[in-house]
Design a binder for this molecule. Structure first.
Ligand code: SAM
Length: 431
């Protein structure tokens, strides 16, 4: 089948795609070296326009025409797939896609000289479960664009649908578009963080345009009509201000009910979070009575472990820690969780401080935790569980732990970000 994808100028070449790279681009091997081609599939024979060069000299190409489709190419289910930066790999058979995700962690382990044999089967999380999403908005004339950015661009894809998010989030897009159209002036921009909590939607709008009295009234009406739990706004980088608080947003972790601060980090789907919690719980032996939860956020893992251990939760963000602390005081927790604010990059827990624990869970941001991991690798703590959303930085951290004498026992990849090149994982280290 010949299908025209996008017209364009520039130097044209015809290539065969050999494999799918770690970021979801097809990779063609040519006489001029590697060419990375977004939205392509292995086995595709393509006419390309060369659009640039990557670091290291490989070329970047844009599909002009699919001359022959690879065997694993399918029609993507979402009408926005292609331009929308929310998904990179909807155009692949499910089996092929899962095999590719399964192998991603091993690729990064091998680069660090670690054995990929420890990688267990992928835990699959279906699309349509994402309960937290950040949408960008921009006013262009009469149209209020609301959606995700295009890949490698500041352009916005104005979404009519999204197959990643929960129906509750999806149903709010159109009314949110209408109310933001009242708020934002021509050229005005905003970012809307939506979280589907147990007591209703929690919406934070971040923008440089302060709402006037009329807009505030419209926003309060919007919160009422759409039955939001809470609606807040903040100037970019400033403090949030509630515009409507109809119920406290609530998230349950173990026996704790946590009210997240507006815009707080949260595992993107409840299903993904449950899978991570199961893996963390099964990695920590019942004999571990004192556990450190590093990069604890709202206490996702700390509260989930509190039925069998005392947990000290370390977190750098003051608002997240305050939410964790408040929940930790609930009588059902019996004082088993305590929080401490600490910047683990600048002031990592030293090995002497870590040695009082029977187990450590750490779940750092995408960049990983080299400073903290250096101290963990010098500690005597028998069980260390790493949760990571970035296999590349995880593999670097894993190398440090293995160099410090830990055995990497197992890694379970969890596909929390379906149709993207992102991957979550839980890894167990013992000594
Ligand atoms: C990937 S999130 C994990 C949160 C939590 N474990 C969860 O599952 O919801 C990483 C957390 O690390 C925190 N963080 C980032 N940099 C930090 C630092 N230098 N010191 C301490 N915490 C940090 C963030 O605020 C965020 O809560």
């Amino acid at each position: 089948m010949r299908r025209r994808v996008r017209p364009g100028g520039g130097r044209q070449i015809d290539v065969s795609v050999a494999e799918l790279g770690a970021r979801g681009d097809g990779v063609a091997k040519t006489g001029e070296g590697l060419v990375f081609v977004p939205l392509s599939a292995p086995g595709d024979f393509l006419r390309l326009r060369v659009t640039g060069e990557k670091k290291g000299g490989a070329l970047l190409g844009e599909i002009l025409e699919i001359l022959e489709e690879g065997p694993d190419r399918i029609d993507p289910p979402c009408p926005h797939f292609g331009p929308c930066g929310g998904c990179q790999v909807q155009h692949l058979q499910a089996d092929f896609y899962h095999r590719w995700k399964q192998l991603l962690v091993g690729t990064h382990l091998s680069r660090q000289g670690l054995d990929p044999a420890v990688v267990r089967p992928l835990v699959q999380i279906a699309p349509g479960c994402r309960r937290r999403a950040v949408f960008a908005a921009r006013r262009r004339g009469r149209r209020l664009q609301l959606g995700f950015h295009e890949a490698r661009s500041h352009n916005l894809v104005d979404l009519t649908t999204c197959l990643l998010v929960t129906p509750t989030l999806l149903n709010l897009l159109e009314p949110l578009r209408a109310v933001l159209a009242l708020w934002l002036p021509e050229g005005g921009e905003a970012e809307a963080t939506l979280v589907d909590t147990e007591t209703g939607l929690d919406l934070l709008v971040e923008t440089d345009v302060a709402p006037d009295l009329e807009t505030r009234e419209a926003l309060a009406d919007f919160a009422e009509t759409r039955d939001l739990a809470r609606l807040s706004w903040r100037l970019r980088g400033g403090l949030s201000e509630p515009l409507a608080l109809r119920r406290l947003p609530v998230l349950s972790f173990g026996r704790a009910q946590v009210t997240p601060p507006p815009g707080a980090f949260l595992q993107p789907s409840r299903e993904g979070e449950a899978a991570l919690i199961d893996l963390v719980r099964s990695a920590i032996p019942d004999s571990a009575l004192r556990v450190a939860d590093l990069y604890a956020g709202l206490g996702t893992f700390a509260f989930a472990l509190a039925d069998r251990a005392r947990i000290l939760a370390y977190e750098g963000d003051a608002e997240a820690l305050a939410a964790l602390d408040t929940a930790a005081r609930q009588p059902s927790l019996q004082g088993r969780v305590a929080g401490e604010r600490r910047d683990l990059g600048r002031q990592p827990l030293r090995s002497e401080e870590l040695n009082v624990f029977d187990a450590i869970v750490f779940d750092p941001p995408r960049a990983g935790a080299p400073a903290q991991v250096a101290h963990i690798s010098a500690s005597d703590v028998p069980t260390v569980v790493a949760v990571s959303c970035n296999p590349a930085s995880f593999a670097r951290d894993a190398r440090l732990l293995v160099d410090g004498g830990y055995r990497l026992e197992q890694i379970t990849p969890v596909d929390q970000f379906p149709w993207s090149s992102h991957l979550e994982l839980v890894a167990v280290f013992l000594r």
